[in-house]
Design a protein around this ligand. Structure first.
Ligand SMILES: O=P(O)(O)OC[C@H]1O[C@H](OP(=O)(O)OP(=O)(O)O)[C@H](O)[C@@H]1O
Ligand SMILES: O=C(O)c1cc(=O)[nH]c(=O)[nH]1
Length: 212
């Protein structure tokens, strides 16, 4: 399947399953602290077997094509754990997952599972807003002396800030779908009301300060 076709298909799935929510009147708080009129909950796709399989296979193909030397898949906790495990299974590769912080009891691990030093790792994230969470996890993998050769995610908002963060970290990012495609598909299907489009437009122009 062509890349554009995959991006449109995933956008349609996210809209059909209700994974995408618009709430301009009561903004969502994102993990970065930004306010947003939109929330995309990729976790919902895990509850739909056919969609889950489609996404798993698309991620596996994107990783094989872009990072053919991959030796380990690392899921970014928590939303990247299930998806990462599915993809690792599809590719027949070892899997670990990375917590935002080391655990405060038990083994005190930040990286769960066995990660050998020197291994080539592809990080698996569900969604990129600023890239802060995924790049923080990537740093933990690098601190464990493994090599992060790339990041794969289902969806990105495509913010310049995220592009800059990935560039500075020297970690290539590959995503299956994105905000622009989602907005296009939603418009075609008549899913987004004109008044919501107005909120989305003003938010896209300055997401850091929108709703503050
Ligand atoms: O690119 P960023 O600005 O870091 O935002 C994206 C992150 O936010 C969400 O995770 P959340 O913090 O909600 O935690 P969860 O995965 O545990 O649900 C999402 O799953 C990404 O990890
Ligand atoms: O930035 C976030 O926290 C975030 C945004 C979004 O649309 N979906 C999500 O799961 N997290």
């Amino acid at each position: 399947m062509e890349k554009d076709e995959t991006a449109r298909k995933i956008a349609a799935y996210l809209l059909e399953t209700g994974a995408v929510k618009l709430r301009p009147e009561q903004p969502f708080k994102w993990s970065s602290g930004w306010n947003s009129p939109i929330y995309c909950d990729n976790r919902v796709t895990l509850s739909h077997p056919a969609i889950r399989t489609f996404i798993k296979k698309a991620l596996a193909t994107a990783i094989k094509n872009n990072f053919p030397k991959v030796e380990v898949i690392a899921g970014v906790a928590t939303a990247g754990i299930a998806q990462g495990a599915l993809v690792a299974e599809e590719l027949g590769l070892p899997f670990v997952y990375v917590r935002p912080e080391p655990k405060s009891h038990g083994m005190g691990n930040q990286i769960e599972g066995h990660l050998e030093a020197g291994k080539k790792v592809v990080m698996l994230e569900d969604l990129i807003s600023t890239g802060g969470s995924s790049l923080k996890s990537a740093k933990a993998v690098q601190a464990a002396n493994a090599e992060v050769i790339g990041m794969a995610a289902i969806f990105t908002y495509g913010f310049a800030k995220a592009d800059q963060n990935f560039e500075e970290a020297h970690i290539p990012l590959v995503t299956l779908s994105n905000y622009n495609v989602l907005a296009e598909v939603a418009q075609e299907k008549g899913i987004i009301k004109p008044e919501s489009f107005e909120s989305l437009k003003s938010w896209r122009e300055a997401p850091e300060v929108w709703g503050v």
